[in-house]
Design a protein around this ligand. Sequence first.
Ligand code: F6R
Length: 365
Amino acid sequence: SLDGYPHYMLKEIHEQPDSIRNAMRGRLDDQNATAIFGGLNLTPQQLRSVDRIILTGCGTSWHSALVGEYLIEEFARIPVEVEYASELRYRNPPIEPGTLVFGITQSGETADTLAALVETKRKGHRTLAINNVVGSSIAQAADGGVYLHAGPEIGVASTKAYTSQCCTLAMLALYFGRLRHMSYEAGQEFITALRRLPAAVEQSLTCESRVREVAEKYQSATTFLYMGRQYNFPTALEGALKLKEISYIHAEGYPAAEMKHGPIALVDEHTPSVFIVPRGTTYEKVIANMEEVKARSGPVIAVTCHADPAIDNLADDVIRVPETPEFLQPIVSVIPLQLLAYNVALLRGCDVDKPRNLAKSVTVE
Ligand code: F6R
């Protein structure tokens, strides 16, 4: 039921502090400073011998895979490749014996993701599902997996499944990291950061009235650009996808530094650029990209953490989110982008929960 919300999408956006809590429930092992997964169906030897990981999925699930790539490479030091399931299934890449393939999917019914897993499994590789719907086709086809426990996601635009996928991939990075070289202390710090996450998401949701003002201001734009770097490059892609699928406004997500290699040509006074710019390794560089947009009269919307005159003076609109360690920031920073898409779509009279031409699960290729 809608529980008093006007749309499932808005309800599901607001459920995220809880859905993230549920993704973590019973999975954080303080004693050993690691994560616990009951359903991987692999022996400790098999898990330790994993020397390459492929993450595959479609759409929003593919975006969470990109976040997973940063997480697993940083904390577990295992090389990761992210593949569109629709490409992987026909590409026939060389896959080494120590490779583990994860299919990431909310519904567990996406035809291309299922086919990619079936094909890699047929070749003898271990396959796991990161999936929300219990007993789905993909859950059954994989050798094992992790359920998201996000509860039913009804709005066609994926919101809570995405943040739960990112959270689950963070726990997997911890798990694989602790099987290898990650120290006990680092594992404990990681767990502490995860435990603070639901409250940070809760706080992020308080940006809603600010986001509504931004939506009102830019509702008539015909193109939006979204830019971020590192962990928030996928956030830029996801923000753009949310906007285009429910408001039908053309939007593109880019790693911010790629801007000057093409998309900057789109910038004019009618084309808003949304920058996801929390503090971190590339903070100053993203601010320099904001300056480049400003110099070409492009409206700048900044999603950032603490007040910083460098950003406040540059941006036309600032949306603040709480600061977390860099590796969890995508989960917090995507919230205002979900809300922005929702509010713009609403103002444009679009059917938020059932956007045209889209289905909740894509069971044909
Ligand atoms: C976007 C969206 C789609 C799905 C994609 C994969 O909001 O919902 O891009 O993410 O169709 O679906 P699942 O995760 O069910 O495999």
